[in-house]
Structure formats: C-alpha cells, structure tokens
Design a protein around this ligand. Structure first.
Ligand SMILES: [Zn+2]
Ligand SMILES: [Zn+2]
Length: 94
C-alpha cells in the first residue's frame, strides 16, 4: 500500500511507490547531497519509475547533509522519512 506524505511548508503531498517507502534510493540520495538533483531525479525516474514532478519533489526534500532539514537547515531528530521539528517540513532523511 503506497503511503502519502504531506509537506506543510510546500502545501504539497506525495505518494511514494512501495519500493521507496520500504527502501532507500542510495544513489539518488548520494547525488542529491552533492548538488546533483537533476541526476538524482533521473535515477529516481529510471530505477523507481517515479514521475518527473514527484522525482523533483523527492530530490528537493532529501536532507542535505543527513539530519539537516531540506527546508530550514535545522537539525532533524529521526532517521528515514520524517518531519522537521522546527518548520514541520517533510524530509527524506535517508
Ligand atoms: Zn516541502
Ligand atoms: Zn525545517
């Protein structure tokens, strides 16, 4: 069952394919963290069949670096898919 996550600051939601809900797209995360979001999006689309707008959303919400909120830059508390305790932004803290 695909899970839907809502990001308050963006006022957008995303439904993740099961593969992403249960596993980590390590290569996409690595690319996103070295400022290669376009390449990260390509990996998400090719490997996980994610649509372009969803791939863009995911890349934007990957914490950079890990445990730093992709929206406000403050510290995240939890590993994995989590919400920032400061701005309530969605983070893929993979
Ligand atoms: Zn957001
Ligand atoms: Zn935040």
């Amino acid at each position: 069952m695909a899970e839907t996550y809502y990001c308050h600051p963006c006022n957008l939601s995303i439904t993740l394919p099961d593969e992403l809900d249960n596993g980590v797209p390590a290569e996409a995360v690595r690319l996103s963290r070295i400022n290669r979001n376009i390449d990260a999006m390509f990996v998400l689309r090719m490997t996980f069949g994610v649509r372009l707008d969803d791939a863009k959303f995911i890349a934007k919400h990957i914490s950079k670096p890990k445990f730093r909120c992709a929206n406000c830059g403050k510290n995240l508390l939890e590993d994995g898919i989590t919400y920032c305790p400061h701005c309530s932004g969605l983070n893929f803290n993979w």
